[in-house]
Design a protein around this ligand. Sequence first.
Ligand code: UD1
Ligand code: CA
Length: 474
Amino acid sequence: MTTQASPSLTAIVLAAGQGTRMKSTKPKVLHTLCGRPMVDYAIEAALAAGCGDVVVVVGYGRDELAAHLTKAFGDRVRTAVQEAQRGTGDAVRSALPALDPAAERVLVLCGDTPLLDPAELVRLAGSIEGGASVAMLTAMTEDPTGYGRVLRDADGNIFAVREQRDATEEERRVREVNTGVYVARSGFLRESVAGLLPNNAQGELYLTDIVAVASKAGGVASVRAESAAALVGVNDRAQLAAAEDILYGRIADRIRRAGATVRATARIDATVVVEADAVIEHYVVLRGKTRIGANARIDVGSVLTDVEVAPSALVKPYSIASDSTIGENAQIGPFSHLRPESRVEAEAHIGNFVETKKTVVRRGAKANHLAYLGDGDIGEGANIGAGTIFCNYDGFKKHRTEIGAGAFVGSDSQIIAPVRIGVGAYVGTGTTVTRDVPDDALAISRVKQENKEGYASRLKARLKAGAAKKPSDG
Ligand code: UD1
Ligand code: CA
């Protein structure tokens, strides 16, 4: 969903932490889910909820993180640096100078919560309209361990959030927890964050302390998340995997609703487009800018990265392709490998153990078995026999092979590039082609076969006699 961007709503995404539990040198929020860095999901959710712009608080690995943000979001996202990690309250403090002064409300999110639902953020932003100073997204959970507990008075009004480490036994039994997502009035946020003190078990500035302040000035509104998914903050690699599974499930469901079949174990990145009536079989992985046309079928175990598959094409099991195109009704696989810049046109066939690279396979051409076709142009309807190799590399440079329309290349031929085989020409099986072949010619470079009558028995007798003379000692 996308809500009209409002200049009065802005967002702060907290992402300065290293994420020590990931045991990684990479900043936690740059670890990917479904092909995208974690932080992108929080930013996308904020933008989809109508935020005019987003300030990301960076610290650990900030150059790497800032470079990514610029590349992915351009000027919709700015960064603010938190020099030392003194807590979530301090992180928000660091962001304040970068905030749009015109913003009336500020959405605060964590960069490690990739499963937030923008619709819920919109509800949260709306809930502050009644006049509250801050609104918080809460969730009910069976196991509240580690989360801040939401404390309510006898009338059900929130008066504080207590961190696990600072909570009493009784407070720890509370099952309503803080998801770490808030919308605050910007004036209130500036004042309350300025007044935070590190009087807690960790000696940090807790953003959660603004809730107690708000309860005495303006009030605290709240929205309860429909599912605990809003809570899934990713702290370690097990949580990364679990969150990614949920995201993959959502992507597959979206594609299914649009009318394509996606088997349970297929993994499709958010950036991929799958048209209606396509079938994506088990254990298929689709990445990047891949697009699957209507009625195409991608069979078990195939991995496609940035591949354009035209309608009704068939990719048979265990085929690998990247940065390539597959035409209408074309067939690939099983076990084909299309390396970058391969273009397989309509009705063409690429079979098992055939590798292509920077090669055009024109309409209806076929290479059905065991071949290497690099830096080539294979004409319409040409047939490439089993075991054909385009010898494109002399150790220094790559050279091109051109095969004319309707040409027939017999099995086990080596085509030493640069070379051109003419239209309708014929290359005899086992030929090493070193010179251009004219249109309609036959090229053949085989040694003449010789048959020696009765030679086999004579040879066997000789070998047997030799073995008897020199017995082996085992
Ligand atoms: C926080 C909340 C807790 C809530 C939980 C939800 C506080 C004090 N506690 O706890 O109530 O239940 O989130 O997941 O806010 N960060 C910075 N700079 C800092 C510290 C943190 O940018 O100095 C960033 C981290 O990178 C992270 C986010 O803030 O993205 C949350 O910090 P974290 O330390 O994970 O907070 P929790 O202990 O999980
Ligand atoms: Ca956390």
